[in-house]
Design a protein around this ligand. Structure first.
Ligand code: NOJ
Length: 564
């Protein structure tokens, strides 16, 4: 039996803005970290109470779902992706009751809550690992992967290559090496152990019960990678093909709440990405890393070919799952999906002069604003295209106001500075002494909080924030934005990207000028010239004789709807 839906559980919750489609197909997702969003008690750490205070802000922005990055008890050696207890809230961030209150308050605003679950590994502070290392005969020992003969064991490059040498580390309590694909303090879980799987399913049930509406499953690709001494893959076990693990997770969440979602972080090769949807029985959603690298690059270098290429190399997932598109996230901007020469170009073109932004041999620890030299017109146009493309748009907290990075912070913390709310001390994030803030607020240079903040942009109709808000509202008014209706349109010049959605008698045409100069474009638009509606965007147009002439100043965009 399928579980109750959100509407059944919370009367008054307006689940679907567009009938006949699943809620997540056109939702706007907003990624935030409780630690750096808003501090309510002045201790320098963001907290659930602080985030509750800002739910109206997210509502105004048109957010349909927040994705909360890890908030569980953790030694925080990987920003919380090193979980020490799946069932709690880090006490610096709040309590379980406050999580529930956050979820209930979000639901009052028709905002769903997705939490981040890290199932590939735990922290080495997790109780399971403590027991595993102390007692080889304990059932917890087999929750992890060990070898007593590391010289014969399968080894490969660590996912954090600059920081770790290979995938084995010695544990002097167990007297053996344990397997870890990420940092040495993140031992991989043995997901081929049925007892581990049952633990993970219980965690899913627990958080749904607390009010979560779905999960971002961290490191879904590494979960399926060959693991342990003999590099065993799940298909070599009697648990069946690897995807069965995610199919079972979907059955588990569906049994609890029929409209709960699973979102995969699976940065795998393009030709393998459809696998994670499990023919419509595993993940509902998947981050589109291929499009991310190409889209953000294309807009930065003012050329549209990378978007075409991304579309060509992506598998067709129609009917089995949905992409989540994004411009940046909280990690490095990973360039590995670009062709080799383009990768090298992106490394040079977008990097800082000192080469400090380059990390993990694959990307830049820079925010979107840094990549686009602080140009709000370019950032707004990038968001316009993000909202106009088929796929669910995901925003990165702070990008909607053009926040920058702090390269003096270690590693990826550079892009995880606190949210800049106003021009008061600490950007309104916290009343604590700056030295006590989880991360310092950016207080100098062009991205300093006295220049870049929510308060300064909120009521200015031309601000980046207002433009992003308008775009999110525009997306809500365009139910025709769907993969099945989508077609790119060939135009000249190559700096302008045009695509259309044909739905019944209606056509929505979206045009974006990547160039930093004016461009004029002519293309087919077979609609009634008298009934053309401008949905959003400042671009000029003239519709006549089955075509449209578009006049787009630098970084301008326009979405037009007409009847055929
Ligand atoms: C992906 C997360 O986005 C990243 O921040 C984390 O370090 C790794 N997974 C390991 O959990």
């Amino acid at each position: 039996m399928r579980g109750r839906s959100k509407e059944d559980k919370f009367p008054g919750f307006v689940a679907t803005r567009m009938s006949g489609r699943d809620w997540y197909e056109n939702a706007t997702i907003y990624s935030l970290d409780i630690k750096t969003f808003n501090d309510s008690d002045g201790d320098g750490w963001g907290d659930f109470r602080g985030a509750i205070e800002k739910l109206d802000y997210l509502d105004e922005l048109g957010v349909d779902a927040v994705w909360l990055r890890p908030f569980y008890p953790s030694p925080l050696r990987d920003n919380g992706y090193d979980v020490a207890d799946y069932y709690g809230v880090d006490e610096r961030l709040g309590t379980l009751a406050e999580f529930r209150e956050f979820a209930a308050t979000a639901h009052d605003r028709d905002i769903r809550v997705l939490t981040d679950l890290v199932f590939n590994h735990t922290s080495n502070h997790h109780e399971w690992f403590r027991r595993a290392r102390e007692d080889p005969s304990s059932e917890y020992h087999d929750y992890y992967l060990w070898t007593s003969h590391v010289e014969d064991a399968h080894n490969r490059e660590n996912i954090f290559p600059e920081y770790e040498d290979g995938v084995w580390s010695y544990d002097d309590v167990a007297g053996k090496h344990y397997f870890h694909q990420f940092y040495e303090h993140q031992p991989d879980l043995n997901v081929a152990n049925p007892a581990v799987r049952e633990e993970l399913y219980d965690v899913l049930r627990f958080w749904l019960d607390q009010g979560a509406d779905g999960f971002r499953i961290d490191a879904a690709h590494p979960m399926l990678m060959p693991k342990g001494h003999d590099a065993t893959t799940l298909d070599e076990t009697d648990l069946g093909d690897g995807i069965e693990l995610f199919k079972e997770m979907r059955r588990v969440v569906a049994a609890e709440q029929s409209d709960a979602v699973l979102l995969a972080e699976a940065d795998d090769e393009p030709e393998r990405l459809d696998y994670y949807f499990g023919d419509g029985e595993a993940f509902h959603l998947q981050f589109n890393f291929v499009m991310n690298a190409h889209l953000t690059y294309a807009i930065g270098v003012q050329d549209t070919w990378p978007i075409r290429r991304a579309e060509e190399i992506l598998p067709d997932v129609e009917g089995v799952g949905h992409w989540v598109n994004f411009l940046r996230n909280h990690d490095e901007w990973n360039l590995l999906k670009l062709p080799e020469e383009t990768f090298e170009h992106a490394r040079e073109f977008f990097g800082d002069d000192a080469g400090d932004s380059w990390i993990f041999e694959r990307g830049h620890r820079l925010r979107l604003a840094d990549l686009y030299a602080g140009d709000h017109d370019r950032i707004a146009m990038a968001h316009s295209l993000l909202f106009a493309l088929p796929g669910t748009p995901a925003l990165q907290s702070g990008d909607e106001i053009g926040m920058g990075s702090d390269l003096s912070l270690p590693e990826r913390e550079a892009v995880r500075t606190p949210m800049q709310w106003d021009d008061s001390p600490n950007g309104g994030f916290s009343t604590a002494d700056p030295e006590n803030c989880y991360n310092p607020v950016i207080d100098e240079g062009e991205y300093a909080y006295d220049r870049i903040n929510v308060a300064a942009q909120r009521d200015d109709p031309d601000s980046l924030l207002s433009r992003v808000r308008n775009l999110s509202a525009a997306r809500d008014r365009c139910p025709e934005i769907a993969p099945v209706n989508y077609a790119p349109v060939d135009v000249d010049p190559k700096e302008v990207w045009v695509h259309r959605f044909d739905d019944g008698d209606t056509t929505l045409l979206c045009a974006h000028n990547f160039a930093d100069e004016h461009r004029e474009v002519v293309c087919g638009f077979d609609v009634d010239p008298d009934g053309v509606e401008r949905i959003v965007g400042p671009g000029g147009y003239h519709v006549a004789d089955g075509g449209v002439t578009l006049w787009l100043d630098d970084c301008e965009y326009v979405w037009l709807r007409g009847e055929r």
